[in-house]
Design a protein around this ligand. Structure first.
Ligand code: FDA
Length: 305
């Protein structure tokens, strides 16, 4: 119930205006968001890579409804890649893109052209791109645009959300040589016809997808903080004789940093998803929905002088 309320709040302009005008909320945001500028993101990337972790950087923003906003998002990514290159951090880094931030609500063509510009800039500095998956109504269009992008940029990664009922089918199609696939539970609201709703069903689907990806020939990117799922992934890696560099774990900036460290110390590739930018509201609301205990953290920030 609380989760649904928080997911509804993630789409409320009124709640967004209140949160953005509350200084203490902005302070709380810093736990999950690197900062507002590309330089802030680069500094966080520098600190994480110095500790043996990899990064995927996301310029916050989604659902743009005007071409100039989409253009601003592309420019933000070009600046970010340029700054990463200048800092000597671009090679091996990844950027995460939301196609709705690049104009998908306006047209597929605009989003495809904008994403191709970011992919080309990333390729020039030896960084990779992963396309985030958004709400269920955008899944088909996102997958077909990723297919198109892959013709020119074969390393572009895609996301499968285990809560979707067709997740296994997606994984089977994607477990092919050269394909980078991020498996996550799924963070958006979706109707029961399309998505498993009980946490247990979502976890079981995640495990079935994991088996397909870990026995397949692609590069699985296991995006979860769930200890049991991480243990199952590690066991599947051993069973399938996967070397550490043939798959990776991914976690969000600010979530379970000790677990990120533990896995990296064991020799695993661990990539931290680092969001930055001033459009942090919907991202933060989804993080609170995943773990309502984080509300206590936000409330403490609100109440502290
Ligand atoms: P779950 O939510 O069950 O959490 C397991 C445990 O992790 C919790 O008990 C808690 O200890 C800890 N935890 C989880 N979330 C926390 C939080 N916010 N704060 C503090 N502790 C927390 N989704 C999507 O729909 N499309 C996408 O493209 C992506 N991309 C993506 C990239 C990466 C790198 C990650 C890690 C996640 C995503 N997600 C996503 C989000 C994903 O779908 C999911 O909502 C979150 O990862 C939370 O699910 P867990 O698998 O961590 O399990």
């Amino acid at each position: 119930m609380l989760r649904q309320l928080l997911l509804a709040a993630s789409r409320s302009e009124r709640a967004e205006a209140i949160a953005k005008n509350t200084g203490a909320v902005r302070t709380a945001v810093r736990r999950f968001v690197a900062g507002e500028t590309a330089d802030d993101a680069v500094e966080v990337a520098r600190a994480l890579t110095a500790r043996g972790l990899q990064v995927s950087i996301d310029h916050l923003g989604e659902d743009v409804v005007a071409e100039d906003q989409a253009e601003a998002a592309v420019r933000a990514y070009l600046t970010l890649l340029d700054r990463l290159y200048g800092a000597g951090l671009a090679a091996g880094a990844d950027v995460s893109l939301k196609l709705s931030a690049l104009g998908l609500r306006l047209s597929d063509r605009l989003a495809a052209e904008n994403a191709a510009r970011v992919c080309a800039a990333a390729a020039r500095v030896h960084a990779t791109v992963t396309v985030d998956m958004e709400e269920h109504t955008l899944v088909e269009r996102t997958l077909s645009l990723v297919d198109e992008l892959r013709k020119e940029h074969p390393t572009v990664g895609v996301v499968v959300q285990a809560y979707l009922r067709d997740a296994e089918e997606r994984c089977r199609a994607l477990a092919v040589p050269g394909s980078r696939v991020r498996l996550c539970k799924g963070a958006y609201e979706a109707p029961e016809a399309y998505a498993h709703t009980s946490p247990r069903e979502v976890d079981l689907s995640f495990v079935r997808c994991l088996k397909i990806l870990m026995t397949g020939q692609g590069y699985p990117m296991i995006a979860t903080h769930d200890r049991r799922l991480i243990e199952i992934a590690s066991a599947l890696a051993v069973l399938n004789e996967r070397e550490p560099g043939s798959f990776e774990y991914q976690m969000l900036y600010g979530v379970r940093p000790a677990e990120q460290r533990r896995l990296a110390d064991l020799g695993a590739v661990v990539r931290v998803y680092v969001p930055y930018g001033d459009d942090w509201y919907a991202y933060l609301a989804r993080r609170l929905a995943e773990r309502p205990a984080n509300l206590a953290f936000a409330a403490r920030a609100l109440l502290s002088p």
